[in-house]
Design a protein around this ligand. Structure first.
Ligand code: SAM
Ligand code: SF4
Length: 338
């Protein structure tokens, strides 16, 4: 049975959703996420797989029912399937309701079936373009056929797939309907993500240059389809609409809008054990000392988690409305896993 939610923040929101980044490394270098030459963390900084297990299990014992594994690219972390296999025990006990991951799809041809065997039912695959040249350009190191194979492997393994596409001005505007049709044909869910101002080497002009408002994207969809807004509330920044003609559900993630903070149910852990209680704020706390220095007991870790939840802010500071990217984040998205 799920545990009673015990992680209640100062604004009476129950934290039931944990996103954990298991590595800062990746086999791609997407332009909006990483610089081409990244310096990654030394291995000893990373939580070991056993530490990740202890960390996630502590959250689950405190009432977290949904766990999403992310990165960097989670499937390039050596031994990561062992972690998924270990987390299955929480699904089997009923404490965890959902175990999922966000991946670039490059390794799915190898791991899709094993993920399904571990109880993963739904996965998010990031794909912004169906054009092989554009794909190579935006991911720098990625190759499209590998990801398309990954999508097929996931479907074959019986996983429900959601495609996440970052909306980038002047890049995939012309593929709006191609992406929608691709998903309709393969019966994939589709979500568009507004590009966020992350990373220290993107200057303001570049950030604003990439920004394609999802309101505009939605208006363009409406030139071809009727869209019915759905009021599914996931506690996150996604809003959903249904394409009346096809029945397809399309999500719109607008992390820059404030309208979801009231129902925010999530926190993020980085691969070094820092907890970020709000994606849009710099504030974090390091849970690793409480974890690493107390191998006999989880009590200090649980106390540190509660202390961190007590600092969860009411909302975030992003604001593009004044044509200036206030509240920009200097950390990379791969640090907190999106
Ligand atoms: N490597 C995996 C992947 O690409 O799905 C998981 C980690 S990635 C950081 C998680 C998500 O963040 C991806 O869907 C990616 O497109 C998105 N993302 C990365 N940088 C972003 C940015 N600056 N703005 C909005 N979304 C971003
Ligand atoms: Fe890697 Fe995902 Fe970032 Fe792309 S978005 S560089 S695939 S972590």
């Amino acid at each position: 049975m799920p545990m009673e939610p015990r992680l209640i923040d100062p604004f009476h929101r129950a934290v039931t959703y944990l996103r954990v980044s298991v590595t800062d490394r990746c086999d791609f270098r997407c332009v909006y996420c990483m610089s081409e030459h990244m310096t990654f963390l030394p291995k000893k900084e990373l939580l070991t797989l056993e530490e990740l297990d202890r960390m996630c299990s502590a959250f689950i014992n405190q009432g977290v029912t949904k766990l999403r594994v992310t990165g960097g690219e989670p499937l390039v972390r050596r031994g990561i399937m062992g972690f998924f296999r270990a987390m299955k025990r929480h699904l089997d006990s009923g404490a965890l309701k959902e175990l999922s991951l966000t991946t670039n799809g490059s390794q799915l041809h190898k791991y899709a079936q094993e993920l399904a065997d571990c109880g993963v039912k739904r996965i998010n695959i990031s794909l912004d373009t169906l054009d092989a040249d554009k794909f190579a350009k935006v991911t720098r190191w990625g190759r499209l056929p590998q990801v398309l194979n990954g999508i097929d492997a996931a479907l074959q393994a019986g996983l429900r797939v959601k495609l996440n596409a970052v909306a980038v001005k002047g890049f995939n505007e012309d593929e709006l309907f191609a992406l929608q049709e691709f998903c309709a044909e393969k019966d994939l869910d589709l979500t568009f993500i507004e590009v966020m101002p992350m990373g220290e080497d993107m200057d303001d002009a570049m950030r604003l240059g990439q920004y394609w408002s999802l309101q505009d994207l939605k208006d363009r969809l409406k030139t071809r389809f009727k869209l019915k807004d759905l009021d599914d509330n996931t506690g996150g920044p996604a809003k959903y609409a249904q394409v009346v003609e096809t029945g397809q559900k399309i999500g719109f993630i607008m992390p820059l809008s404030h309208n979801f903070c009231e129902s925010c149910n999530r926190v993020r852990i980085t691969c070094t054990g820092e907890i970020y209680t709000c994606l849009g704020q710099e504030g974090s706390m390091d849970l690793r000392p409480a974890l690493r220095e107390n191998t006999e007991s989880d009590a200090p870790l649980v106390a540190a988690i509660h202390k961190a939840i007590g600092t969860k802010p009411k909302g975030h500071d992003f604001d593009y409305s004044r044509k200036k990217s206030d509240g920009k984040m200097t950390r990379h998205m791969s640090h907190t896993g999106g």
